[in-house]
Write a protein that binds this ligand. Structure first.
Ligand SMILES: Cc1ncc(COP(=O)(O)O)c(C=O)c1O
Length: 371
């Protein structure tokens, strides 16, 4: 295996769609309509149908999708939002950006998703919502979390940036919350060729609010009802996403094959922890994350054998400088911390051949045998 095995290759992933992408570009050039047009309208319908929700509204990126979601629920100053202690920083940032307080709750150490058993203890009179993140491609235990939210009359908001197409109890992620945010950042399972995001919801009023927020707070040009944002999904990205969406199911199936192969070849290695699915949950294998106490050594070894890996994520949000005012210290969220210290993401995606997956697995086996 001479060439480098890349952690991710957007060049390879997108190469097969070049002709169709160019078709979208030339049609847009012909039409001369770049913002909020036919592609955005059609993509919104198609993605709502994919998610089995009534409505989808395209926005500029996933962080904005989360911020606008919280604003549409009038969550703001002094409100508390429960959020996983081990998520990507964007989930926390959205809560802070609307003036609310992120209240971290630990994940399960086997699935890496929010532990439903710990949520109720974190609920206070100031709690307005739980932000459940479907991390690494796997649906959080959304059915159980929704029941807790209903019992306490607080909102469920999904951060579905990493899991387009995953399911819980047979229903798609992005359909459980009162409003759900997603990201089409290029490396996501459904990735654009630039920044892009969306919300999905079954509530028509909420969808309408997001449409107003994303466009300067205006329904009719130059008449502003609220102080909004400029956060629109653009026509070109929507056109590209329409093409990618047609192939998402088959791409997710291929990712599952890669994951099955990793499980088959790595399951008997002592000292290596493989990802686990929660009951009734599926994963679209956005990130194939293994854990070992020898993470840094393993990463170095794989790099020396031309295999790219990543760490998702090296520092949990409560220990980031950006959140030092919250006063957390090391040891406050030990599950998130142990994940950060031991996790390693292996190459995963449609840019890889099965032979390459086998090669990665063989090299990992070698590392544990010889070192
Ligand atoms: C879990 C999670 N939430 C939110 C985001 C934010 O998405 P974006 O980068 O499109 O703003 C991302 C991706 O980067 C993410 O992984």
């Amino acid at each position: 295996m001479g060439d480098k095995i890349e952690f991710l290759s957007l060049q390879k992933i997108n190469a097969g769609y070049t002709r169709e992408y160019l078709g979208v570009l030339s049609k847009i050039l012909e039409d001369g309509w770049y913002i909020l047009g036919k592609n955005v309208n059609e993509f919104e319908k198609e993605y709502a149908s994919f998610s089995r929700t009534g409505f989808c509204v395209g926005v500029a990126n996933g962080l904005d999708a989360l911020i606008l979601s919280l604003r549409s629920l009038e969550i703001g100053q002094g409100d508390e939002v429960i959020v996983p202690s081990n998520t990507y920083i964007a989930s926390w940032l959205a809560i802070s950006q609307v003036g609310a307080i992120p209240v971290p709750v630990e994940p399960r150490i086997d699935t890496y998703n929010l532990n439903p058993d710990l949520i109720e203890a974190a609920i206070t009179p100031a709690t307005k919502a739980v932000m459940a993140v479907n991390l690494y491609g796997q649906a959080a235990e959304l059915g159980k979390i929704k029941k807790i939210c209903n019992k306490h009359k607080i909102y469920l908001v999904e951060d579905n940036a990493q899991s387009q197409g995953a399911t819980c109890e047979g229903l798609f992620t992005g359909s459980f919350g009162i409003i759900n945010a997603t990201s089409f950042y290029p490396g996501k399972n459904l990735g654009a060729l630039g920044d892009a995001g969306a919300i999905t919801t079954n509530d028509e009023d909420i969808a309408e609010k997001i449409k107003i927020f994303r466009n300067y707070g205006s329904r009719v040009k130059y008449f502003n009802e609220v102080r909004g944002y400029n956060s629109r999904l653009d026509e070109l990205q929507a056109g590209f996403l329409r093409i990618k969406l047609q192939h998402l199911k088959e791409e997710n199936i291929y990712r599952q094959r890669c994951s099955d192969k990793y499980h088959e070849l790595l399951q008997s290695i002592e000292g290596l922890i493989l990802p686990v699915l929660a009951e009734a949950c599926t994963s679209v294998q956005h990130i194939f994350l293994v854990r070992t106490d020898r993470r840094n050594e393993l990463q170095k070894y794989l790099a020396s054998h031309n295999i790219g890996t990543m760490i998702h994520y090296p520092v949990p949000p409560h220990l980031q400088t950006a959140y030092k005012e919250l006063g957390y210290k090391k040891g406050d969220f030990p599950v998130a911390e142990i994940i950060a210290e031991t996790c390693l993401s292996l190459p995963m995606g449609t840019h890889l051949s099965m032979e390459e997956i086998e090669f990665v697995a063989r090299e990992i086996a070698c590392f544990f045998k010889i070192q």
